[in-house]
Design a protein around this ligand. Structure first.
Ligand code: 4AD
Ligand code: MG
Length: 451
């Protein structure tokens, strides 16, 4: 039986079996209390063992962290604080935990400390909650797109091309090949871990209509920030016959759906963050659901920043990529809600974005949200073959590499658009957790590959 179901039981139940880990033990004169958690939910099940049960002796070896199997009856709890408790008839120790060395003691541990024991931290309330929320959120992603008729495409992880053109790719090679020239490598050319599944997703959107990909992506980000990881998960929808405004509309619906879904389905786990991480979080999330996101052109956003009277570390002006401090000013101080900034200067954006008629900007859009900054990056794609060809040439990319991509424009081209949402950034936003290392099971960041 799962503890989650037992705690929500409607009737007492006899002869059940519970498996779990002991969170704490309290000895009384002739009985022992155990708080049990099995990961199915935040709450523990209290088990009580009287000294007259045949297996009472084993309790002296059962401590915090031990795994146990308890058989008994679910009865109404006479004590305060819980409706049900488990009256043990037989207790078995499955795996003991040495109290001298077990790192998770009853006190509160810092996030920094728990990062060093990433293999054990899901056994704490906070991290258990984060990773149940992460699991539910993944399900919600698929549900959202499925309800809208999007097809799920598995784009490759090993790739030959740098979608974002930012030079942040990790090379993939075999141990044997590390000493050979690239042309003699396993693939006969340099291979990398993908930074984005977008280009492949475009190919499928131009056949299946509306698609999305959801998988790990990799970036050699050397900037050691609380918002960047070398391995993170990205959700990338791509729609044929759609423009940048359709794209923003989809993005807004998507983010609102995910928040709504989690508030509906993860109430108990989210409460922990509402109560202990950010007292205003619940209001922030509710606010987000009920208000329209702002949509502002990059030119306008720059003007707002120039006239803000703020002293930014990085000066802002047309042609400057917005920094975290600018993003936060726009969403937290100026608009006080999520903001789409769109139509960015083409000089700071990748080759594939659709050029606007002004000749200076492209149909790019970023969604900025309070606390986290950039949550989504996307664009309408350049669907005109001649314009795309010249962008590829101007950026010094090779036609050999991108010929297949250009061919999507040569045969049956359509206006299309899509975006990428950083899954960890969404989880940070929903939980109020401020470090990306704390919302992914085993974080990959510079100088950190312990697990
Ligand atoms: O803005 P980005 O670089 O956009 C793309 O990769 C497009 N090809 C997506 C598309 O149009 N299909 O990345 C998209 C999002 C960012 O807004 C951010 O949320 C997240 O991915 N992201 C990261 N998250 C964690 N760690 C990193 N190093 C990240 N880099 C980007
Ligand atoms: Mg971006």
């Amino acid at each position: 039986n799962k503890i989650k179901d037992l705690l929500n039981a409607e009737h007492p139940e006899s002869d059940i079996t519970v498996h779990g880990w002991v969170r704490s033990k309290r000895d009384s004169k002739n009985f022992t209390f155990l708080e049990l958690n099995d990961g199915s939910c935040l709450k523990n099940l209290q088990a009580i063992a009287d000294e007259d049960i045949g297996t009472y002796d084993v309790l002296k070896d059962i401590n915090t962290g031990a795994s146990v199997e308890i058989k008994g009856d679910l009865i109404e709890s006479p004590g305060k604080g819980q409706k049900w408790e488990l009256k043990a008839k037989a207790v078995a120790l499955v795996g003991g935990a040495d109290q001298e060395t077990y790192p998770l003691q009853k006190k509160r541990h810092s996030d920094e400390f728990l990062r060093q024991i990433a293999h054990l931290r899901p056994r704490t309330n906070k991290y258990g909650a984060i990773f149940r929320i992460r699991s539910e959120a993944s399900f919600a992603v698929h549900q959202f797109f499925r309800e809208r008729g999007f097809h799920y495409v598995h784009t490759p992880i090993i790739t030959g091309s740098d979608c974002e053109g930012a030079g942040q790719m990790f090379r993939v090679t075999t141990l044997e090949d590390t000493k050979k020239p690239v042309a003699e490598d396993f693939f006969g050319k340099a291979a990398y871990l993908t930074v984005s599944g977008q280009l492949d997703a475009e190919s499928y959107a131009c056949a299946l209509g509306s698609v999305y990909t959801f998988g790990p992506t990799f970036r050699a980000e050397n900037s050691n920030t609380p918002r960047h990881a070398a391995e993170f998960w990205m959700i990338e929808p791509e729609m044929a016959f759609a423009d940048i405004h359709d794209n923003m509309t989809l993005a807004e619906e998507f983010v609102k759906y995910l928040i709504w879904f989690l508030m509906e389905n993860c109430k108990e786990d989210l409460e922990l963050f509402f109560n202990f991480v950010d007292k205003e979080l619940e209001a922030k999330l509710t606010n987000m659901l009920t208000n329209d996101f702002e949509r502002v052109e990059y030119r306008e956003a720059v003007k707002i920043l120039e006239n803000s009277g703020e002293k930014f570390e990085y000066p802002v002006g047309f042609g400057v990529d917005l920094q975290t401090e600018h993003e936060r000013y726009l969403t937290e101080k100026h608009f006080k809600k999520p903001v789409f900034v769109y139509n960015y200067p083409k000089s700071i954006k990748p080759f594939y974005m659709r050029q606007n008629d002004d000749g200076e900007t492209v149909a790019a859009m970023d969604l900025l949200v309070p606390s986290v900054g950039e949550l989504i990056g996307g664009s309408q794609r350049e669907e005109r073959l001649d314009v795309l060809d010249s962008a590829i040439e101007k950026m010094g990319l090779s036609m050999e590499e991108y010929g297949w991509y250009a061919e999507l424009r040569k045969y049956g081209t359509v206006p299309h658009a899509g975006f990428g949402l950083g899954f960890e950034r969404l989880l940070m936003f929903v939980t109020g957790v401020t470090n990306i290392r704390d919302v992914i099971p085993f974080a990959r960041t510079p100088k950190n590959l312990e697990f």
